[in-house]
Design a protein around this ligand. Structure first.
Ligand code: PAF
Length: 322
């Protein structure tokens, strides 16, 4: 009797599967850092919804969270996941040409950054991914990064001296913080909150959208709107995943990526507008008046070095872009 009931239950559970329509559906897995309700989550879910809709459900896109961006890029490269939405943080270790976009104070504002990335300059850098076994699909973004810490208010470059700052695994950012006299400590975002809680690092730097979405106010008291560097994100896919799409589906894939870009940028703009008030409401001390020229002057030797070690012609084109 017991066995019969178990068999009946098993038959009931199996029934919906057996009755499902036999539609060939290809699954695409997209990983992104941060919660679903964040600018990256919204980008990934918009892409998923758009590509499924545009292909009438022939594709199913599964969006997953992973706060280790280097790991996601490696997984795309070896093909264990299809695509990732990642900041450029660790990307320069795979595609060095991307590093020009990581230079501090390069972009004047969001319009400048978005314009450059969508122009031939950004497209040229995307085309470099192929040689590294990756496909650069489209630029999205994190926004401008700001400094937070648990020790003191940062008003001048001198206040940064001696602070242990978690940075992304990014040579350009680490060089900048060394120049300011901080102790840059690179680590994946997944390790950040425990490192702040245990005092392994005093601070970190991220855009308002990230600070709000991850409640970093719970582990950081001070924020300064340094806007010291624009933080692009990029959608990267495995070449075989993209290669399997026929020409028509490939165009729909790109169309879905453009919808994701729009949703992601709109969310970053909204988060930037509301974020300072929200973080103050949550108890953070926020310094909004920043002497940007003083920070730029303090970075002068690093700027001179990047002129030599990065693509100086592209840096000039970006600065002159109108
Ligand atoms: O700080 C980082 O590692 C990145 O900005 C994050 C939060 C993973 C978003 O791309």
């Amino acid at each position: 009797m017991k066995m019969t009931r178990r068999l009946a239950l098993a038959a009931m559970l199996a029934a919906p599967l057996a009755a499902a329509p036999a539609m060939a559906q290809t699954q695409i897995t997209v990983q992104h850092a941060l919660p679903a309700n964040s600018h990256t989550g919204v980008g990934a879910s918009t892409f998923a919804e758009a590509f499924q809709r545009l292909t009438n459900g022939r594709y199913r896109v599964v969006a997953q969270r992973n706060d280790n961006e280097r790991e996601m890029i490696e997984s795309v490269q070896i093909g264990t996941i299809d695509c990732t939405f990642t900041s450029t943080g660790p990307v320069g270790n795979f595609v060095p040409e991307v590093r020009v976009f990581d230079v501090p104070f390069l972009f004047r504002d969001a319009a400048h950054a978005r314009g450059v990335l969508d122009s031939e300059i950004g497209q040229q850098v995307l085309s470099r991914f192929q040689a590294r076994g990756l496909v650069g699909v489209i630029w999205i973004e994190n926004g401008f990064r700001n400094l937070t810490n648990s020790r003191r208010e940062v008003n001048t470059p001198a206040d940064v001296r001696g602070l242990k700052i978690r940075t992304m695994e990014n040579q350009v950012h680490m060089r900048a913080f060394t120049q300011l006299g901080a102790l840059p400590t690179p680590m994946a975002f997944s390790e950040l909150v425990p490192a702040l809680q245990q005092g392994t690092v005093d601070g970190q730097e991220n855009p308002i959208s990230v600070i709000v979405a991850n409640n970093l106010n719970q582990v950081q008291r001070f924020m300064t709107l340094t806007r010291h560097v624009y933080s692009p994100q990029v959608m990267i896919c495995n070449p075989q995943t993209v290669g399997r799409l026929n020409a028509a589906d490939r165009a729909l894939f790109q169309q879905a990526a453009v919808e994701a870009q729009r949703a992601n940028r709109a969310r970053v703009t909204a988060d930037d507008e509301a974020g300072v008030a929200e973080l103050r409401r949550r108890g953070m001390t926020v310094v909004t008046e920043v002497d940007t020229a003083a920070f730029q002057a303090a970075l002068a030797p690093a700027f001179a070095e990047w002129e030599r070690t990065l693509d100086a012609a592209t840096l000039r084109r970006i600065r002159e872009w109108r």
